[in-house]
Design a protein around this ligand. Structure first.
Ligand code: UD1
Ligand code: CA
Length: 433
């Protein structure tokens, strides 16, 4: 495909007041990334000229998008004097002859779903879908199978409100159509806004034909409320999980699993119910048991869970992590940590066994410190490893030991224990039995 054939304009300047949020609507996240991120990602597959119209919270929008992409043009809308989706189009300068306009609140869009807008040469193509509940959308008035106009919900008559064919909010215009009609828009409507949708009626009055393109909610759903956000999240999650199952991942009860965009599975993986994978997590040939959370980590050839928590920057290879084990920013290779541990800022080597209840005390109240554990170390249950600490190869740490900072030499036993005292018949004396 020639990415120079089409320019894309994404409208992202609106307040999104129906979200009832202090955060700009287009920055609300779906599957771990801002809504706008998903739209830009799809757009970049088909175009080299992408403009985003911003106004409300523009600094935050620009900053977050620039963290992911580097060649986006930002256009600032004069939202005070020219509010509305038509106002948003007033300062844009697309490079190419054909211009695809996308609403910034459609995170489910894919490059494939946009193909229909690229293949025809009509002056105006607009997207429509039929909904049982058209609430919130602009109604598309069609007479004798020709699109006449789009009426916004707030401007619609009782009869128009009954129309279930709605404007999905994506349009392809030729550049000269935009140049001609955008300056002619007015704000004579219920919201006193400049509606991009009014271009349709004006073009129709001039005898131009408007081609409606039937699209599906699965790819074109608009997000106006937190209820919509949750619904879109479900659709996006189903797509992400279907992709990984098709790529060979086994999922038990996939509807209970959450996988962010950016997570990658390789080889043969198995994921049980209730697991959560976030950030840039990479799972290779591993078995992830029920209710495990893995954030921004790499897991290779390992068994994790049930009920384990890998926090960011953990790296596990040939390792077994069991229930109630939390790992943070640590590298474990060939390690077994079966139960109830916290391993933070640690580096643990092959053949080492971490007993139940072992805690790396990595934080002294001011700074985090490292714990380095060598090969074939046996750490007895309920040990506290106070960092900074180095435990060399072939060391045994007796259960219940508190290891203070320093180094335990290769081959040694470390034990810190009070001598055991027993008092005969104490129980009977105490309870008077
Ligand atoms: C819009 C359409 C409606 C369609 C619906 C589909 C208009 C007038 N109406 O309505 O026909 O059914 O999308 O989802 O276009 N925006 C700006 N600047 C503004 C106002 C909005 O950039 O001044 C951006 C928003 O950030 C948003 C997009 O345009 O990403 C759509 O705005 P929104 O207010 O959600 O429009 P709807 O009322 O949903
Ligand atoms: Ca909308």
């Amino acid at each position: 495909m020639n990415k120079n054939n089409i320019s894309i304009v994404i409208l992202a300047a609106g307040k999104g007041s129906r979200m009832k949020s202090s955060k700009a609507k287009v920055l609300h996240s779906i599957s771990g990334k801002p809504m706008l991120y998903h739209i830009i990602k799809a757009s970049k597959e088909i175009s080299n000229d992408i403009s985003i119209v911003v106004a409300h919270q523009q600094e935050a929008v620009i900053e977050q998008i620039n963290a992911f992409f580097d060649d986006i043009h930002f256009v600032v809308q004069d939202a005070e004097n020219f509010p509305g989706t038509g106002g948003a189009m007033m300062n844009i300068k697309p490079k190419n002859e054909k211009v695809l306009v996308l609403n910034g609140d459609m995170p489910l869009i894919t490059a494939q779903a946009l193909q229909g807008f690229l293949t025809t040469q009509d002056d105006i193509i607009m997207s429509i879908f039929d909904l049982e509940n058209p609430d919130g959308y602009g109604r598309v008035i069609i007479e004798n199978s020709h699109v006449q106009k789009i009426v916004e919900q707030k401007d619609a008559t009782a009869n128009e409100l009954k129309v279930t064919t709605v404007n999905a909010g994506i349009y392809a215009f030729s550049k000269n159509i935009l140049n001609k009609y955008i300056p002619l828009l007015n704000n004579d409507n219920a919201q006193a806004e400049y509606y991009l949708t009014d271009v349709i009626a004006m073009a129709k009055a001039d005898g131009l034909s408007i081609s409606p393109l039937l699209v599906d909610e699965e790819n074109f759903k608009g997000i106006n409320s937190k209820l919509d956000l949750a619904h879109a999240e479900e659709i996006m999650q189903n797509k992400i999980k279907a992709k990984w199952m098709n790529a060979g991942v086994i999922m038990q009860l996939p509807s209970t699993i959450y996988i962010e965009e950016g997570v990658v599975f390789e080889g043969e993986c198995r994921v049980e119910n209730g697991c959560r994978f976030t950030g840039n997590t990479l799972i290779i040939d591993s078995d992830i048991k029920a209710h495990t959370i893995i954030e921004d980590s790499v897991v290779k050839n390992s068994h994790v869970g049930p009920l384990a928590h890998l926090r960011p920057l953990s790296y596990l290879e040939n390792t077994h992590i069991g229930n109630f084990v939390e790992v943070k920013e640590s590298t474990l290779k060939g390690v077994k940590a079966g139960h109830l541990s916290y391993l933070g800022n640690a580096q643990i080597d092959e053949g080492t066994n971490i007993g139940a209840g072992t805690i790396t005390c990595n934080y002294d109240g001011i700074k985090k410190h490292k714990t380095i554990i060598g090969k074939n170390v046996f750490i007895g249950s309920d040990s506290q490893l106070i960092a900074p600490l180095i435990i060399e190869d072939d060391v045994m740490i007796a259960a219940g030991t508190t290891l203070t900072s320093g180094k335990i030499e290769k081959g040694s036993l470390a034990i810190s224990r009070e001598k055991l005292r027993t008092i005969k018949d104490f129980y009977y004396k105490f309870f008077g039995k």
